[in-house]
Ligand binder design. Structure first.
Ligand code: TMP
Length: 253
């Protein structure tokens, strides 16, 4: 079989040229990184779980009218997506104080925020993805005012949907990060959700116990990341209730 053309390799995913123009194949790796890749490991089965969970969220979002890059899942580790021009900003939505916000503003982790807060970080590994203000975004032309308005409203719709999904399975959505891309159709540009939504890019706490079920388990050495992600997937119903941990991918259908 001819090798596919590699388009981009990131820390957790690889993009290959897709079968038709305007499409890409997104491959989910097992690699886990934190603190701008200063901490690294391979978590067997993580890519399989994230592929399934991202499919679950993106398909659910599409069903409630949020445009996404997801077309269909191809196999255990790959999905077909629309090719977009990624806006070089990470959009973070926060419902509860944690992580860098708690540190920056001296808040207690777990403190509810007065309302959801949307922040922008510049996607630049060399600079460690710094927090940026709308002023910087507009002045340097990373996005226009209309884009920013659309990004905030898209991010808040994703927050409503994801919070509901998680609440229904006993999980608190503390915060999450999304990436947004541009597509052009008949001379019109629109913004759609891109990248992935998975426990790699969210903070998820068990409502009853406060147990962390996201990448903080890896960042803070709290136990098995694979077990935490399997738990989230099982609760969401994307894995059969009695399947084993994802370290045995043949059990994951
Ligand atoms: P933070 O509190 O470290 O700024 O993270 C906010 C949210 O963004 C959290 O859900 C984790 C997610 N995130 C990523 O997806 N990628 C990153 O590189 C960082 C720093 C955070």
């Amino acid at each position: 079989m001819a090798r596919r053309k590699l388009v981009y390799e990131g820390k957790a995913k690889i993009l290959y040229e897709g079968p038709e123009p305007g499409t890409l194949v997104q491959y989910f790796k097992d690699d886990a990184t934190a603190f701008n890749a200063q901490k690294k490991d391979v978590i067997e089965g993580k890519g399989v779980l994230n592929n399934r969970m991202s499919e679950f969220f993106m398909a659910g979002l599409a069903a409630v009218g949020v445009p996404t890059h997801f077309i269909r899942r191809l196999n255990m580790r790959e999905q077909l997506i629309r090719s977009v021009e990624i806006i070089p900003l990470e959009v973070v939505v926060r419902n509860v104080a944690a992580g860098s916000l708690a540190k920056r503003l001296g808040l207690t982790e777990g403190e509810a925020l007065p309302r959801p807060i949307v922040e922008f970080y510049l996607k630049d590994d060399k600079l460690g993805d710094p927090l940026v203000a709308e002023e910087h975004i507009l002045a340097f032309g990373w996005a226009q005012q209309q884009d920013l308005d659309d990004m905030v409203s898209l991010a808040l719709r994703v927050n409503d949907f994801l919070s509901g999904c998680m609440m229904a399975v006993g999980i608190k959505l503390v915060d999450f990060k999304i990436e947004i891309g541009r597509i052009w159709q008949d001379d019109f540009m629109r913004l759609i959700l891109a990248d992935e939504i998975s426990p790699d890019s969210c903070r998820l706490w068990d409502i009853e116990t406060g147990k962390k079920l996201d990448k903080d388990v890896f960042r803070e050495d709290l136990g098995s990341l694979s077990e935490a992600y399997t738990e989230v997937a099982r609760r969401l119903g994307v894995l059969p209730a009695n399947s084993g941990p994802a370290v045995r991918p043949h059990l994951v259908n």
